[in-house]
Design a protein around this ligand. Structure first.
Ligand code: SAM
Length: 402
């Protein structure tokens, strides 16, 4: 298909430097408020460009963005070795209110995005449940479905340590999609993988059992990042979780991010994961797992099902396949940057624009700018090697939330 340009004619307009935060940015402290002189040209551009608001969430390749992932904080109560370096203990509750988007700002931006066509919202982090106002944020999101022909699809990605106590809030708000990250079922491995006590492992397993037992309310996916020599031997046990519950177990290939110890020989590739799944299914006497079609063209997981079992097994092969062609995702970082790609190196600060008193139309223009800047694939990188080479330029997974 040819490259579809939504906003013709192309212009040589360049966003003012303060709006586009190049990486190298590592902490919220590196941000500075925008000077009026820096933002004004962008909004002049928006006013002078007829039709800029007509399809703000469609990029120059014709991809329509209906899925918004919101990082509520870049802090986490865990220290998973493949995600975040050990150093730098952080408090469980965020304290730097001035840097994170406030609950009201989150609501305003999400409402705006829903107005522009977003129909699926996922809360992530860092760990979303450590925000002191997490329950209220979920409640606010639940309200955004009012007046829509169909309720928004609301979800969360969580490590599960604090999940149990929030389940009633999630149900009440209509949040039904829970992705639980769990990389081992063997509690002895937990401290090595997460740098956290074994007792937390039991808390996560308890949350897993609770959510799995509430099949009518929650759709559960278990995310497991496979690491060579660490948990690759547990594929079969994870697959077994799909026997009696509608759970979808998804194996993720290990991706490179700033300071996460990525190495090619630690990556367990899709072919090996699939072979391990099939070996296990065969050993259990069920022949072979059957391939399933994706639920939607934008799905990132390849799916299989063991004949007669309730759940499904997925593989997310981010390193071997770029599934960028069907990408419908946009992201907000916890400090309010719009990010158009997990591997992108640019962000557009909606927080600063809001705090500078910008109107919804002006925010929409900034969002459109970010969407139009999206590369065809991998944030402009050629392949996994270039991704690795430029790993230090990506935001950490912690800041983007997967
Ligand atoms: N704290 C939440 C959690 O644990 O689910 C949300 C944030 S976490 C960064 C989101 C997902 O990214 C988790 O499923 C985690 O396993 C995955 N992840 C983190 N680092 C990764 C990496 N280097 N490669 C692949 N997946 C990764």
């Amino acid at each position: 298909m040819g490259r579809l340009c939504i906003f013709a004619p192309q212009t040589s307009f360049r966003a003012p430097s303060g709006l586009v935060q190049k990486t190298g940015y590592r902490a919220f402290g590196a941000l500075r408020p925008l000077a009026e002189a820096e933002v004004a040209p962008l909004f002049d551009y928006a006013r002078q460009t007829p039709g800029i608001h007509s399809s703000p969430l469609v990029d120059t390749f014709g991809r329509v963005h209906r899925y918004l992932r919101i990082s509520l904080t870049d802090k986490c109560n865990m220290r998973c070795q493949y995600c975040i370096p050990e150093e730098g203990e952080e408090p469980i509750l965020p304290t730097t209110a001035g840097e994170l988007l406030t609950r009201e700002e989150l609501q305003r931006l999400t409402r705006l995005m829903v107005g522009l066509g977003v129909r699926k919202v996922r809360l992530t982090g860092g760990e979303p449940t450590i925000r002191g106002d997490f329950a209220q944020i979920v409640e606010d999101l639940g309200q955004l479905s009012h007046g829509l022909p169909q309720p928004l699809s609301l979800g969360i990605t969580t490590n599960g340590v604090r999940l149990s106590k929030f389940l009633p809030n999630l149900r009440k708000a209509g949040l039904s999609q829970i992705n639980l990250s769990l990389d081992t079922l063997i509690s002895a491995k937990w401290p090595l993988l997460t740098r956290r006590p074994k007792t937390w492992h039991e808390r996560v397993l308890k949350a897993l059992r609770e959510v799995a037992s509430l099949e009518e309310e929650f759709s559960l996916k278990v995310n497991c990042v496979l690491l060579r020599g660490v948990n690759e031997d547990e594929v079969g046990q994870f697959v077994d979780l799909t026997e009696h519950h509608r759970t979808e177990v998804r194996f993720l290939e290990f991706m490179p991010f700033d300071g996460n110890g990525w190495a090619k020989n630690r990556l367990v590739p899709q072919t090996e994961i699939l072979a391990a799944i099939q070996r296990h299914v065969h050993q259990r006497g069920h022949g072979t797992a059957e391939r399933l079609p994706p639920d939607t063209p934008s799905d990132v997981a390849r799916l299989w099902k063991v004949p007669g079992w309730s759940g499904r097994v997925g593989i997310i092969s981010s390193m071997r396949d770029a599934f960028c062609g069907g990408c419908n995702r946009l992201r907000f970082t916890a400090d309010g940057q719009l990010r158009n790609c997990l591997f992108g190196e640019e962000g557009w600060s909606l927080r600063d624009a809001m705090r500078a008193g910008r109107s919804d139309d002006e925010l929409t223009a900034l969002i459109a700018r970010g969407v139009r800047s999206k590369y065809a694939k991998l944030g402009g990188k050629r392949d996994m090697h270039e991704l690795h080479e430029r790993g230090g330029h990506n935001l950490r997974m912690m800041s983007l939330g997967g």
